[in-house]
Every structure is written in C-alpha cells, then in structure tokens.
Design a protein around this ligand. Structure first.
Ligand code: C5P
Length: 223
C-alpha cells in the first residue's frame, strides 16, 4: 500500500493521543506525538534555568536540546540529550508552562523542522497528532482530522488520566484546560486551528473505538 500521512489536531482532552496511536497501530503506520516534543523542550528549559517568562531567553535556547522521538505506536518514546523524559514531561509544572514556551516562534521553527524530517522518514506513513499539523507542519497531509469535545467531556477524560486525583479537581482541571486551549488558540505563530480541508469529529458522545473506526474509514477512503 502507498505511504499515507494523517494529521490529527484538536484541543486537549479530545482523545487525540489514544485515537492516533490506535489508528497508527491498526494501519501499520508510525506515530508522532508533537505535544510531547513541546513538553520535552519545556522540561529542558525549566531544568536548565531558562526563564520561561522571557521569550528572548527561550528563543536563544531553542536549538540547544537534542530531542528524539520514537515512533512505534505500541511504545512511543521521547528523549532529551539521551535522557528518557516520558514521565517528567507530564508533570503539572511542565503542563503549566508549555503554552508559553510553544508560543515562541524560534521554538516552533526548530520543532516543526524536526516533525517534518520524522514524517519524511516514515516509509509506510505516519499519524501525527498536535495543534498545527494540518495547517502548518504538514499542509499536504493525505487526511486531516480535527477532533473536538465539550469542555466537560475533555476535563473528565483528563482527570481520569491523572491517577489519584479527587473529583473536586474536575473544576480545576477544566479551568486549566480551557486556559491552555485559549493560549494555544490565541498565539500569533501557528495557533491551534482547524485546517479548511480537515474533517471535524466531535468525540463527546463517542467511545474511543468509535472514533478510531471513524478515522480508519476516512484513511481507507483516501488510499
Ligand atoms: O498534546 P499536549 O497536551 O501534550 O500538548 C502540550 C502543549 O504543546 C499544548 O498545550 C501546546 O501548547 C503545545 N503544542 C503545540 N503544537 C503542537 C502540539 C502541542 O503548540 N502541534
């Protein structure tokens, strides 16, 4: 079968990661989590004392960390200068700073080039998930999907992922998600946006399996 490139964008908590991994595994494609890359560069900045409130300091350091993404959908990996950062990039500290770091154009340039080179190297094809994949990173993708869900559904899913959290954290999770989406949608350089030719799928009332089937069908129609 021909190589196929699938872009899956949308705000946090819409099921992008679970959907993208499952679609890639089902179709024998590679998988790239671009949010993990922005989290990794943010982790490196925090660890190396870069002032993440200072866009000039972030810009000056943007090219320094060596980020490597493993693209097997069954076991995706992310390292920075050889260190496995899969766990530390999910901390609250990184999550609260990632939008500020990812808004800096120099950061986006470095990470976008990395993403394009990974997509080019994927022989069978790749599923790439993020916020600006269909609009900026891979505008010629064979299929673009934009996932949405109600803020309540998104907060509930995210809370479920944060093990050990209490139900009372739901409101705080929702507030943090809405704030992060607003920052990601409002930035000047390649904001979170639906590409004109993307297929929008509202996942609020769908199971993961239903969303995966829907996207697999869309891919097969394109092949
Ligand atoms: O997908 P995830 O929630 O891990 O993404 C973390 C953050 O990375 C987003 O809130 C956004 O600031 C940034 N991001 C981005 N562009 C992408 C993917 C993620 O700016 N393509």
């Amino acid at each position: 079968m021909e190589s196929v490139i699938v872009a899956i964008d949308g705000p946090s908590g819409t099921g992008k990661s679970s959907t993208s991994k499952a679609v890639a595994a089902k179709l024998g494609l590679s998988y790239l989590d671009t949010g993990a890359q922005y989290r990794a560069i943010t982790w490196w900045m925090l660890r190396n004392g870069v002032d993440v409130a200072d866009p000039a300091a972030i810009a000056a350091a943007a090219g320094k960390p060596g980020i490597v993404s493993g693209t097997d959908p069954a076991a995706p990996t992310i390292t920075v200068d050889g260190t496995d950062v899969a766990a530390p990039i999910r901390t609250q500290e990184v999550t609260s700073k990632v939008s500020a770091v990812s808004a800096v154009p120099e950061v986006r340039h470095v990470i976008t080039e990395l993403q394009r080179s990974i997509a080019r190297a994927a022989r069978e094809g790749i599923v790439v998930e993020g916020r600006d994949i269909g609009t900026t990173v891979l505008p010629d993708a064979d299929l673009k999907v934009f996932l949405t869900a109600s803020p309540e559904a998104r907060a509930a899913r995210r809370s479920g992922e944060l093990k050990g959290k209490e139900a009372s954290d739901l409101a705080a999770t929702r507030q943090a998600l809405v704030a992060r989406d607003a920052a990601d949608s409002g930035r000047k350089t390649s904001p979170l946006a639906k590409a004109g030719d993307a297929v929008e799928v509202d996942t609020t009332d769908l199971s993961l399996q239903q969303v995966v089937e829907c996207v697999v069908t869309l891919v097969e129609e394109k092949r």
